[in-house]
Design a protein around this ligand. Structure first.
Ligand code: BDR
Ligand code: CA
Length: 311
């Protein structure tokens, strides 16, 4: 069983990623860490706890992390995820549990030290929490097993989802992403290049009828599916964050290669761009294992099978 911390900015697809991790039966979830992102931090806390309560897993603690990016102001994605971040779903659930007092970056450091070489960090929001942990504990890269990051785009320049060059999680805190990418951590990057190939249609969701999660998945994705149709002409919403969990569960879902990747933090035009040196022009050691192709159909099947928990 992989021991993981899942760092989220819940968000519709973050919620689906939490359910996938919980229901996989293959992951030991030490905790969930919350970061400002799709919605403000306090809403991320509430949403994450509601999703865990739906799954009957309120025993998994949710640690409060950074409420702001390192340097710039907070930036949210209400248009994609709805005003509450989960498309107006789960309104009847009132989270019951008390929050742990430990700050999320400190929890990451504590767990990495307690289980050296065993911990996988799954990062599906802006990278502020991990950057703060790295600043406080510079030996962290030697302590973790791997870091799997949803973020950026490498070969599809011009097809970002926040700027033409930039993806939301990296754009939301590019300075944090730069710290993480330069840290020497073993990073696998699950970027828009692969996540935009995986999507969930209404017909897919109908396959969940009779399962515990059918109503939630249908309702929570409504705004997001409409956004995808209006903006990308795509029937169904991309499964960015669930795919990132999927890559941990089954690395053979993606094809990868190692390159040097850097983050643009100065430019007005391309702030938050992930620049991949495919031709080795910078002569730098590769720092990131980049996902270049995905077996999208196999992933969607894995996703749906994992969420088919009976009522
Ligand atoms: C990423 O940004 C957020 O809106 C999603 O939750 C995902 O993590 C996709 O660019
Ligand atoms: Ca997210």
């Amino acid at each position: 069983m992989d021991k993981i911390i899942l760092d989220v900015d819940t968000g519709v697809d973050d919620a689906l990623a939490i359910l996938m991790a919980v229901e996989s039966g293959q992951l030991e979830i030490a905790g969930i860490t919350a970061v400002n992102g799709n919605v403000p931090l306090e809403q991320v806390m509430v949403n994450s706890k509601k999703v865990l309560q739906l799954a009957g897993r309120s025993d998994i603690p949710v640690y409060r992390g950074a409420g702001q990016p390192l340097l710039k102001g907070a930036f949210h994605e209400f248009g994609v995820h709805g005003d509450d971040g989960i498309g107006g779903s789960l309104q009847n659930i009132v989270p019951r549990v008390e929050d742990p007092v430990l700050f999320a970056p400190d929890f990451m450091i504590e767990q990495a030290k307690k289980f050296p070489g065993e911990l996988t960090l799954i990062m599906v929001g802006p990278l502020t929490n991990l950057a703060l942990a790295l600043r406080k504990e510079p030996t962290l890269p030697q302590l973790v097993k791997q870091v799997v990051v949803m973020g950026g785009l490498v070969s599809e320049s011009g097809r970002g989802n926040t700027l033409p060059t930039s993806e939301f999680n990296i754009f939301a805190d590019a300075e944090a992403a730069k710290i993480v990418f330069h840290s020497g951590m073993p990073i696998k990057l699950v970027s828009l290049d692969v996540t935009m190939k995986t999507f969930l249609t209404k017909e897919h969701i109908e396959q969940l009828q009779g399962s515990l999660y059918y109503d939630f998945v249908m309702k929570s994705t409504e705004v997001y599916r409409k956004y995808s149709m209006d903006n990308y002409g795509q029937n169904g919403c991309a499964l960015h964050d669930p795919l990132t969990v999927g890559v941990v569960l089954d690395p053979s879902l993606v094809k990868t290669a190692k390159y040097f990747v850097d983050i643009e933090t100065k430019s007005e035009l391309s702030y938050g761009q992930t620049i991949c040196d495919f031709l080795h022009l910078w002569k730098k050691e590769p720092n990131i294992e980049v996902c270049l192709a995905v077996d999208a159909d196999r992933f969607t099947t894995l996703f749906l099978d994992t969420l088919k928990k009976q009522l």
